[in-house]
Design a protein around this ligand. Structure first.
Ligand SMILES: *[C@@H]1O[C@H](CO)[C@@H](O)[C@H](O)[C@H]1NC(C)=O
Ligand SMILES: *[C@@H]1O[C@H](CO)[C@@H](O)[C@H](O)[C@H]1NC(C)=O
Ligand SMILES: *[C@@H]1O[C@H](CO)[C@@H](O)[C@H](O)[C@H]1NC(C)=O
Ligand SMILES: *[C@@H]1O[C@H](CO)[C@@H](O)[C@H](O)[C@H]1NC(C)=O
Ligand SMILES: *[C@@H]1O[C@H](CO)[C@@H](O)[C@H](O)[C@H]1NC(C)=O
Ligand SMILES: *[C@@H]1O[C@H](CO)[C@@H](O)[C@H](O)[C@H]1NC(C)=O
Ligand SMILES: *[C@@H]1O[C@H](CO)[C@@H](O)[C@H](O)[C@H]1NC(C)=O
Ligand SMILES: *[C@@H]1O[C@H](CO)[C@@H](O)[C@H](O)[C@H]1NC(C)=O
Ligand SMILES: *[C@@H]1O[C@H](CO)[C@@H](O)[C@H](O)[C@H]1NC(C)=O
Ligand SMILES: *[C@@H]1O[C@H](CO)[C@@H](O)[C@H](O)[C@H]1NC(C)=O
Ligand SMILES: *[C@@H]1O[C@H](CO)[C@@H](O)[C@H](O)[C@H]1NC(C)=O
Length: 670
């Protein structure tokens, strides 16, 4: 009897102290009957949309949406504890872009200490993470279902799953798919709108994630797609966390939906009944035909709607073609992406290309300001071109450029062709170009802090072009007038790839030289092909230009001051490089910091392309990531050699002539 009560007592105690006080176990087989306030916490763009949760808003260019279960789940007994709770979850999602070839975004399943993680960026990184330059440890843990490829974050492809420990640069990734009963890997395309079911098992005692994805008509695979086991996971877990989903996007439409969700922190999550889930599909002329046939099984009204829709589509298309009074659309033009604007649309936006809207004109043609019917401000660059053949090749290139996305590049929104005139549509940059802020506004001159930030921004943008994409993009025409300032006065690089147009055909009002005098690397005089190193050279000229407040070539100066680089080199040789700094910003900087900038500029302008630093190293110095001691050794040596050509008037010879005093590279104080 006594033994029995002892056992009972033990059992009771066990129950009190070991098992969770209240297990959380929920199943949303649909979201149609949910009252948001009591059942879900919707953040920013997230909303209930029929039976599903829609995470982003199509019209919002900086879209971010998150949805969480309203109560935090207990993950650790105390925040210091290493004992972490387990959970199991399963959900069905659908990712459907408007344009299949546009950049992809995807969504995340997330555990977070806060429903709005601090420093998360809208429009980028699933709306969860900050930039990668600050990978601090924070309680934020996500499983990404990524439908886009960011090579700078080591994404294997544009259709993968990954584990993110407070960092968009995943700790582990693998292509999306599942292992079938015979162990064969079957890929799953997540960006077709098809319903994809995911299972996530998290074992807190072993700190292990198992993630599995499969289409909803496939039963649960026995092997997980991805297993990730690391003790450091515990660092990213707080005592209590919200669970939910997050997604973000830029101006390209991608509907990220969650259709059903099951969760348990006390055993395996209940099965979702997938029989009656809605299906979202891409509507394109070819698929609407076949889906019309399928719809015949259900009710005729679906077919009717489809016919109506495609009729409207054809009508609209015809209208648009008619609007093109001057020119036919060639087949090849329809293949290109990004968005093709109609001539009418752009004419309307720019007030008939009126001179009042003229932002500037240059070698390429004219640039107009415009406002689209939805109120978006744009800049329209009109480029004349002689040969249609060249134009076609060029368009293929522009189309691929249009996919480049970086916050320090001026984003291209689309294009339009009228005969041999090409119109490129960009985001409008309200603060104009950098050179105006340095040279044309003597009263309200740009301060050093801003200048330095803009330089760092542009370096990051250029680094992305050089190293962040699957193929290297050489800008070819870096100069201060191609650097634009957005509403926040942050720098953005414009016109990337445009200089290549010169090669495809003659452009009026320009010489045959690709690039701009004063910014051209010396090797381009003999070797025709521009390289990343020649971009670095031009960037160095811009750096010096901005730090010194002087144009690269000063026409009216005394003979020995004509070329900016030579002048700075000369001062450097005499040990007075600091004197090159713009006198108008005197006192705004620390001498040491300015010297580093000037020396970096000189290193970039090294006459030998192989000896110039690369953009990665330059970013590290300008962004202040590389601490003094850890600045890349190669860069240090380049800096030390950067002066070796000093005094060489032609900038190309006697590299061994001078023994440089070792340069000291120290960290600019941020
Ligand atoms: C949702 O609510 C409607 C009426 O409000 C009801 O007819 C329907 O059965 C509910 N569906 C579910 C899945 O509870
Ligand atoms: C919940 O829905 C109601 C109306 O449907 C809306 O007014 C309210 O803003 C929503 N709340 C949240 C947190 O989204
Ligand atoms: C939604 O919240 C209401 C009120 O708290 C609750 O009765 C209902 O069961 C919840 N629905 C689900 C699916 O959890
Ligand atoms: C999307 O955002 C726009 C503007 O921010 C807003 O007017 C619109 O109502 C939103 N759409 C939806 C479906 O929430
Ligand atoms: C957690 O750890 C910190 C130092 O690591 C310590 O100061 C604090 O007292 C600990 N808290 C608990 C609840 O153990
Ligand atoms: C988690 O959030 C709570 C407030 O909700 C806060 O007190 C706590 O410091 C946060 N923990 C961490 C590690 O950020
Ligand atoms: C990264 O984000 C942090 C905080 O959000 C910010 O202070 C820092 O300037 C950012 N770095 C870059 C290079 O944008
Ligand atoms: C499993 O996948 C492999 C390769 O994808 C395939 O060859 C095999 O037929 C599949 N087995 C079954 C049972 O579906
Ligand atoms: C993850 O999958 C592996 C292999 O199937 C299995 O051995 C392990 O127990 C699983 N872990 C969890 C937490 O489900
Ligand atoms: C699941 O559906 C897709 C598309 O409807 C089909 O191609 C595939 O064969 C189906 N798989 C199974 C196992 O039924
Ligand atoms: C799933 O739902 C359908 C109809 O909504 C129902 O007929 C079916 O029995 C359900 N399946 C399970 C396993 O509950």
């Amino acid at each position: 009897m006594r033994a029995f009560s002892a056992v009972l007592l033990l059992l009771l105690l066990h129950h009190l102290f070991v098992s969770p006080t209240s297990a959380l176990d929920f199943l949303f087989n649909s979201f149609s009957n949910i009252t948001n306030a009591t059942n879900l916490t919707l953040i920013n763009d997230a909303r209930l949309d029929g039976a599903a949760i829609r995470l982003t808003n199509d019209t919002n260019q900086f879209a971010v949406g998150r949805v969480f279960f309203p109560k935090k789940i207990p993950m650790k007994p105390t925040s210091n504890s290493t004992s972490v709770a387990s959970f199991s979850t399963s959900f069905v999602f659908s990712v459907l872009p408007d344009i299949a070839s546009s950049p992809g975004f995807g969504l995340c399943f997330v555990l977070s200490n806060s429903t709005s993680p601090p420093n998360s960026l809208a429009s980028q990184y699933f709306g969860l993470f900050t930039n990668t330059t600050v990978p601090f440890v924070a309680p934020l843990l996500a499983v990404e279902f990524d439908t886009g490829q960011n090579p700078e974050f080591n994404d294997p492809d544009g259709n993968h799953i990954g584990i993110d420990l407070n960092n968009v640069d995943s700790a582990s990734t693998t292509p999306a798919g599942y292992y079938n009963s015979t162990g064969g890997f079957v890929p799953v395309q997540m960006r077709t709108g098809q319903n994809v079911r995911a299972w996530i098992e998290f074992d807190g005692s072993n700190l292990e994630f198992n993630v599995t994805v499969a289409p909803t008509n496939v039963s649960r695979p026995s092997l997980p797609t991805l297993t990730y086991r690391e003790t450091k996971i515990a660092n990213y877990v707080s005592a209590e966390m919200f669970v939910g989903f997050s997604a973000s996007k830029t101006q390209w439409i991608e509907a990220q939906r969650v259709l059903a969700w099951s969760f348990s922190d006390n055993g395996v999550a209940r099965d979702i009944n997938t029989t009656n889930l809605p299906v979202f599909q891409l509507v394109s002329p070819s698929t609407s035909l076949s889906s019309g046939a399928i719809a015949g099984i259900s009710i005729g009204c679906v077919v009717f709607v489809l016919i109506l829709a495609s009729g409207f589509y054809l009508y609209w298309w015809k209208k648009r073609m008619e609007g093109e009074e001057t020119d036919e659309i060639e087949d090849w033009e329809l293949e290109f992406w990004p968005h093709r604007f109609s001539n009418e649309e752009l004419r309307e936006a720019t007030g008939g290309f009126s001179n009042d809207q003229l932002l500037g004109s240059g070698g390429f043609g004219k640039v107009y300001k415009g406002t689209l019917s939805n109120g978006t401000e744009i800049a329209v660059k009109c480029v004349n071109h002689d040969s249609k053949q060249g134009l076609r090749e060029f368009m293929a290139e522009i189309a691929s450029m249009g996919r480049l996305q970086h916050k320090h590049l001026v984003q291209m929104r689309g294009w339009c062709r009228k005969r041999n005139e090409l119109m490129l549509v960009y985001d409008y940059m309200p603060n104009g170009s950098l050179n105006r802020w340095i040279f044309d506004k003597p009263k309200k001159v740009l301060g050093w802090d801003r200048r330095r930030r803009v330089l760092a921004d542009v370096a990051e943008g250029l680094n992305y072009l050089h190293h962040g994409w699957d193929q290297m993009v050489v800008h070819r025409d870096i100069k201060s007038s191609n650097i634009l300032l957005d509403a926040e006065m942050r720098g953005r690089l414009g016109d990337f790839g445009l200089a290549k147009l010169y090669e495809h055909g003659e452009v009026p009002n320009t010489t045959r030289v690709v690039g701009t005098l004063g910014y051209l690397a010396p090797e381009l005089a003999t070797v025709a092909a521009p390289t990343a190193a020649s971009d670095v050279y031009s960037f160095g000229v811009v750096l010096l230009e901005v730090a010194c407040g002087r144009k690269p070539i000063k026409m009216d100066a005394a003979e020995d001051e004509e070329v900016l680089i030579d002048w700075v080199r000369e001062l450097y040789v005499r040990g007075r490089v600091g004197e090159a700094a713009d006198p108008r910003i005197k006192g705004e900087y620390e001498a040491e910091e300015m010297e580093i900038a000037l020396k970096l500029g000189l290193a970039c302008c090294h006459p030998h392309p192989q000896r110039r630093p690369n953009m990665r190293d330059i970013v590290a110095v300008l962004v202040g990531e590389a601490a003094a001691a850890t600045a890349p050794a190669a860069l240090l040596s380049e800096l030390a050699r950067g002066d070796s050509s000093v005094g060489g008037g032609d900038g190309c010879s006697d590299e061994e002539s001078m023994e440089a005093a070792p340069l000291q590279l120290r960290q600019p104080s941020v």
